[in-house]
Design a protein around this ligand. Sequence first.
Ligand SMILES: [Zn+2]
Ligand SMILES: [Zn+2]
Length: 81
Amino acid sequence: MRGVQVHVVDSNMTACEKCWRDAHAIPVGDAVKRYEQLCRERQCTPEDQAGPAARWCMRCRRWTIHQHAGVCTACGDEPKP
Ligand SMILES: [Zn+2]
Ligand SMILES: [Zn+2]
């Protein structure tokens, strides 16, 4: 038993919400491995990565502030909420 899996965010890359969701849509196998594979294969847009609840980035003028990390997936800006 490895216990509860933690959502690990790479130090220099914000997690991709779209791939994360899709990886966990299938209830069998290793979702984390599937997630890493999806991220490599896909060319996700910053909007995809930021998730459906992303916030508006003033700098990019796009919905690219990551819904959990609070960091813009396009420019890396981290505005205060
Ligand atoms: Zn992705
Ligand atoms: Zn931005």
